[in-house]
Design a protein around this ligand. Structure first.
Ligand code: T46
Length: 137
C-alpha cells in the first residue's frame, strides 16, 4: 500500500475586507479536478454522524462553509481525524478512503465538490468489505 497522507487540506484564499468575508478556491493546487456535482449537508440533527463509506472512483473536496465537523479518514490500515471549519482549508477525499463525518455543529454547512455525478454503484458502504477490497488490490 502507498503511504499518502490521509489528511490533505487544500488552500482556501481569504479575501476578507472591511465589508466582510469572501473566500476562494481556484487553480489546480486547490481544486485539482473538474467539478461535475456540488452538494451540501446542513441542518444536521444532534448526535448524527454521516458518511461511513468509501468510493471506488469518486474524488471530492469538502469545504466547511459554516460551523464545524470532525471527519475520520481511513485507508484500510491507518486512520486520522481532521476538524473542518471555514478557516481550515478544503479536505481532499480521494477514492478508496473510508470517511465518516461526526460532531456536526448545529450551524454546520458542509459543501462537497465532486468529480462525477451521483452513482450508488460507486459506494462501498460496508466497512469489512472496504477493508477486504483494499487488501486484495
Ligand atoms: C460523501 C459524503 C461526504 C443522491 O441521490 N445524490 C447525491 O448527489 C448524494 C450526495 C446523495 N444522494 C442520495 C443517496 C442517499 O439515498 O441521498 C441519500 C443520502 O446520501 P448519503 O447517505 O450517502 O449521505 P452521506 O452524508 O452519508 O454521504 C454524502 C455523500 O453521499 C458521499 O458521497 O462522500 O456525503
Amino acid at each position: 500500500m502507498d503511504s499518502r497522507p490521509l489528511i490533505l487540506l487544500r488552500p482556501v484564499k481569504d479575501l476578507t475586507d472591511h465589508r466582510g468575508g469572501l473566500s476562494v478556491i481556484e487553480k489546480a493546487e486547490a481544486l485539482p479536478f473538474r467539478v461535475r456535482r456540488v452538494y451540501w449537508i446542513h441542518g444536521t440533527k444532534p448526535d448524527v454522524a454521516r458518511g461511513f463509506h468509501a468510493h471506488h472512483r469518486l474524488r471530492q473536496l469538502c469545504v466547511c462553509l459554516a460551523g464545524s465537523v470532525r471527519i475520520l479518514m481511513f485507508d484500510g490500515q491507518h486512520a486520522d481525524w481532521v476538524m473542518l471549519t471555514p478557516s481550515s482549508g478544503a479536505l481532499d477525499v480521494p477514492p478508496m478512503i473510508w470517511h465518516e463525518m461526526h460532531e456536526f455543529s448545529p450551524d454546520c454547512i458542509l459543501a462537497v465538490f465532486a468529480d462525477a455525478e451521483y452513482d450508488e454503484a460507486d459506494y462501498i458502504r460496508d466497512r469489512d468489505q472496504f477493508i477486504r477490497h483494499v487488501h486484495s488490490s
